[in-house]
Design a protein around this ligand. Sequence first.
Ligand code: ARG
Length: 484
Amino acid sequence: MTSSQLDKKYEAWSALFSEPMSELVQRYTASVNFDRRLWRADIQGSLAHADMLAAQGIITAQDLAGIQRGMAQITREIESGAFEWKLALEDVHLNIEARLTQLVGDAGKRLHTGRSRNDQVATDLRLWLRGEIDGLLELLSGLQVALLGVAEQHVETILPGFTHLQVAQPVSFAHHLLAYVEMFSRDAARLVEVRRRVNQLPLGSAALAGTTYSLDRERVARALGMVDGQGQACVCQNSLDAVSDRDFAIEFTAAASLCMVHVSRLSEELILWMSQNFAFIRIADRFTTGSSIMPQKKNPDVPELARGKTGRVVGHLMGLLTLMKGQPLAYNKDNQEDKEPLFDTVDTLRDTLRIFTDMIGGERDSGTGARSGGLQVNAEAMQAAARKGYATATDLADYLVKKGLPFRDAHETVARAVRAAQQQGCDLADLPLTALQGFHPGIDADVYEALTLRGSLAARATLGGTAPDQVRAQIGRHRARLAV
Ligand code: ARG
């Protein structure tokens, strides 16, 4: 069969159709321009299916060998860029199958026995996504390690902690960064959980109802690594569900959205901290750009874009949920629209995590493995900011509680002291002892210890608090978890 005969054959589907598709409809319905990125998973799934068909005696060993040979050739063609993708063949599945048939004849035509594109595409997508999740998990570990590296240097670096973006209490910069490590560790845990449900085999469900051939679905699942922790094959248990639900893609995108939201919060802080008014940090020039009009500017483009791209990923989540909501069972062509949002979610999250790891931890030297050029911290500016805004007012209240005052009364007393300090334009610690004693006679000279930033930090030694020992314990726990 010549290649143009083959195209016509697939284009016309079968003797049932009396007219070809218009060019516009062809473009409208085709997915090959984007779903070709599933090609490796498609071939992997086909090989596992063919191997099982042969083992079950549904195709011959000779047919299997032909399919394997043809797929090896197609792999080389795609890898080298020689493969000719055809819009007329609609999607990645038909493109590969048509080429296979061209290469190996009838063996290629037997591949689709007991299978439909409906279970095929669901399988491909799951296989592809599983691989991407594994890559994302590594990147998430890398980002956590980068944050830990900076945190380790700044256990004793103090900055103002905020609530309502108003100075609240002093915290260790390491403690602040470790909050993000917690978030990213939960993001990773969510992906691990999602991966379990992604890693289940739809193949064998055929178009929707199962198939008349005696397939061994568990064998296919095992061949594709779709097994649980005990090595048991993970096979979708209802054929209608298997071909039609994309909840696995939706929950992945939900997990990705949350991760982007965490990145976005971090971005917002990096942007604030970089501004001249804070001047807490600097990021390397390669993550910033200048202004075309204002020569003095260095703009935090990377964090800003990450914040912006978060909207795009959250949008994909909404898109996928909406895609699903009105579909009757089983497969509908609507589902072809699952791919671009899913692909873009993976691409966006992957690139974001990579760039953030470099921006925070520094770029890795491929030779020595050492990182350089990460986040630069201006500890003096942080400390100076923590001195403003009466960040140790709670400490004075706690001091009075220790002297026997009920907390509510202590709160009121300190409010008066803060007001007096404000009127004099000084910090609480700048008020003379006699002045402080005017607010409460129980105040002694040791009050100044409570009013220092260091004293304030050290006093917050509850589990998970910002006291240096607690922060070091957090770092140790994360290092053990990440085995770094
Ligand atoms: N390109 C299709 C998709 O992405 C493959 C499945 C097509 N199945 C069908 N019955 N038209 O969903």
